[in-house]
Design a protein around this ligand. Structure first.
Ligand SMILES: Nc1ncnc2c1ncn2[C@@H]1O[C@H](COP(=O)(O)OP(=O)(O)OP(=O)(O)O)[C@@H](O)[C@H]1O
Length: 261
């Protein structure tokens, strides 16, 4: 579990993150949503130790990354898998070499063990035959899957995904979401996903945090979000007429169900 207590982060005299507290559970997909500039990336960078907040604690299983010794922080960072926007694969390396990279950098496994591990994670993301391909030879969805395989190759306790669906069609997005969710449950990882994708919110949002102008405006599950009365959240998620209609229908269905019970 990761717990944030009253985290504050400023640049110059501008406070970007304003006293944010939250608990992010293991085995759950924790989604951070919010409009552009609301502080999602800055908050996430604070959590993974790339930015140091001026105030507050960020506890990984009770250990504060903010005040941690440099070596301990380095060790902890190796337990964090990252899936970057656009996958961030090395174009000059094959799929296999891309996934091997963190193992070469951070593990003490033998060559044979590393190859076995690469095979395992590629099989897990259903890409058994992609070892020798270059990123330019595979689709956007496959690149994301390679990105996921690379993110989990060191068996991390924590997984961060920045806009995992950006640039993907709705069907492929759904497959990537399902994969992230399955892996989260299977490995009991604490997963944090930054997303703008409302389908993801409804599909895998065990715990959703809505950021508004640097503070946590709302939190709840995908079951609760549809019935939320928070005006700012509703303006954000039901910005499209389609979603407004979907919400109305859900609420009417629910009312009808309650009346027949
Ligand atoms: N390194 C930095 N120095 C100064 N200001 C920064 C820095 N990084 C981010 N900011 C500011 O912090 C605010 C929040 O930015 P952030 O990138 O966290 O937003 P976001 O919610 O992730 O937006 P998006 O959805 O567009 O990625 C913005 O006003 C941004 O200009």
């Amino acid at each position: 579990m990761i717990e944030l207590k009253d985290v504050e982060k400023s640049f110059g005299d501008k406070t970007i993150i304003k006293g944010v507290s939250m608990k992010l559970d293991a085995g759950k997909c924790n989604l951070i949503i919010g409009s552009s500039g609301s502080g999602k990336t800055v908050l996430t960078k604070c959590i993974v130790g790339l930015f140091t907040p001026e105030k507050g604690e960020i506890l990984f299983e009770g250990r504060d990354i903010v005040s941690m010794e440099k070596n301990d922080r380095k060790e902890l960072r190796q337990q964090i898998g990252m899936l970057f926007q656009g996958s961030a694969l090395f174009d000059s390396m094959t799929v296999e070499q891309n996934i091997m990279f963190p193992l070469d950098m951070f593990s003490k496994l033998t060559n044979a063990e590393k190859h076995k591990r690469v095979d395992e994670v590629l099989a897990r993301v259903n890409l058994e035959d992609a070892h020798k391909k270059y990123p330019s030879e595979i689709s956007g969805g496959m690149k994301k899957r390679v990105g996921i395989a690379r993110a989990i190759v060191l068996n991390p306790k924590y997984l961060f995904c920045d806009e995992p669906n950006s640039g993907l069609d709705p069907q492929t997005s759904l497959l990537i979401d399902k994969l992230i969710k399955e892996i989260t449950v299977e490995y009991n990882m604490t997963t944090i996903v930054i997303t703008h994708d409302m389908n993801s919110v409804m599909e895998i949002g065990d715990h959703i945090i809505y950021m508004y102008e640097g503070h946590k405006q709302w939190e709840g599950s995908n079951k609760e979000i549809i019935y939320s009365k928070d005006e700012k959240l509703n303006n954000f998620i039901f910005a499209s007429e389609f979603l407004q209609d979907a919400k109305k229908m859900r609420m009417e269905e629910n009312e009808a169900k309650n009346q027949t019970q």
